[in-house]
Design a protein around this ligand. Structure first.
Ligand SMILES: Nc1ncnc2c1ncn2[C@@H]1O[C@H](COP(=O)(O)OP(=O)(O)OP(=O)(O)O)[C@@H](O)[C@H]1O
Ligand SMILES: [Mg+2]
Length: 238
């Protein structure tokens, strides 16, 4: 059974259909990718999946159960965590405290939460900056902190919204390595990403959106060879 099933998801903002009857699923243990031009509706689809926004119509099922209509914290408690495209750490808190705040979801005892948070920082190569205030950190660290905060809630499915955007080549390789390690832990991933290097090297299945609608899906090879995708997206010199 698919871990995540999105069925006919539609979101209308005033006169704009930002997500238009999108159906796809994510199989457990895989990395799924969502690609498409700016404004295609990718982030809006994430917002529909994690309960940040209500659907206009359609359904979202996670582990076989409907989750549309649940608030984001309830969705997170069921094991579906996300990162935000615009990083939103609790800016005046340390890196460690940011991750402890997320760890409390599974570890109500403070000592356990701290121990778990430190493990997550080690896993995301952030131990060296544990005591730093998040606000002053370079983007690469803040992007990894965003992943760490989501991981600390022990998700079964992790939604990554442009977790690699704006990274330099070294940081990019480091993040790809961390994403691979997350998959190796058995966590399923759905990633939005513009870097084709990242998408082609890590994803098992790609869904392509254009003007809110799904225009193609398949393996990286299938999608890269699809004329409609090249026309809408790949041909634009990313
Ligand atoms: N809360 C909102 N209210 C009104 N319109 C919105 C809202 N959120 C997004 N939109 C519009 O919906 C469309 C899809 O936006 P969305 O942010 O989902 O695109 P995206 O694929 O994530 O783009 P990008 O690659 O630039 O991040 C855009 O036209 C955007 O302006
Ligand atoms: Mg977006």
């Amino acid at each position: 059974m698919a871990l995540l099933e999105v069925v006919g998801a539609t979101k209308v903002f005033g006169g704009l259909t930002a997500v238009d009857d999108v159906t796809f699923s994510v199989e457990p243990g895989t990395i799924g990718a969502l690609i498409g031009p700016n404004g295609a509706g990718k982030t809006t689809l994430f917002n529909l999946i994690n309960g940040f926004l209500p659907l206009t119509s359609g359904e979202v099922r996670f582990k076989g159960e409907r989750i549309d209509g649940l608030r984001p914290h309830k969705v997170c408690a069921r094991g579906l965590a996300r990162t935000f495209q615009v990083v939103k750490p609790l800016q005046r808190m340390s890196v460690l405290d940011n991750v402890i705040a997320s760890s409390f979801l599974r570890f109500p005892d403070r000592a356990d939460a701290v121990r778990h948070a430190r493990e997550i920082l080690a896993f995301t190569n952030l131990s060296a900056v544990a005591g730093e205030i998040s606000k002053g950190l370079p983007l690469g660290f803040r992007k990894r902190l965003e992943i760490a905060r989501a991981l600390a809630t022990q998700p079964d499915l992790l939604l990554l919204d442009e977790a690699c955007a704006g990274l330099n080549p070294t940081e990019l390789d480091e993040s790809i390595e961390i994403i691979r390690r997350i998959k190796d832990k058995g966590i399923t991933i759905l990633i939005i990403e513009h870097h084709m290097k990242v998408i082609m090297s890590i994803s098992d299945h790609i869904v392509v959106l254009n003007y809110g609608a799904k225009i193609a899906e398949g393996t990286p090879t299938e999608v890269a060879g699809n004329p409609a995708v090249v026309e809408a997206y790949l041909g634009k010199g990313e």
